[in-house]
Design a protein around this ligand. Structure first.
Ligand SMILES: [Cu+2]
Length: 109
């Protein structure tokens, strides 16, 4: 009888472990979320978003004028083409310091 109970306990432990594994996997998929922003002349689109912590923030240069990008975890010099990715860690504003008002407010929750 005791042996049978131990077997049941072992099976339950494995089942719970499998559930926990699924939870971890879905958490990983959630943190793989991404949000893309476009830097144009001279604004960032969109200019306000709310994202989960860990979201990948992707900034794509798509204008003709050089724009830089400064914000939480970002300090990129002026460029015209290319893209950079930043992991969302805290709320803040990402902006081009060359063009006043060229910014996006990112709320991280
Ligand atoms: Cu700019």
């Amino acid at each position: 009888m005791t042996r049978k109970l131990m077997l049941i306990a072992a099976v339950l432990t494995l089942a719970l472990g499998a559930v926990a594994g699924v939870a971890v996997a879905s958490g990983g998929a959630h943190s793989a979320a991404s949000k893309t922003f476009t830097l144009r002349d001279s604004y960032i689109s969109p200019n306000s978003v709310s994202v989960s912590r860990g979201t990948t923030l992707r900034f794509v240069w798509a204008g003709h004028l050089p724009h830089n990008l400064v914000g939480p975890g970002a300090n990129y010099g002026a460029r015209v083409r290319g893209s950079v990715s930043v992991r969302a860690s805290r709320s803040g504003t990402y902006m081009c310091t060359i063009h006043r008002g060229m910014a996006v407010s990112v709320r991280v929750h």
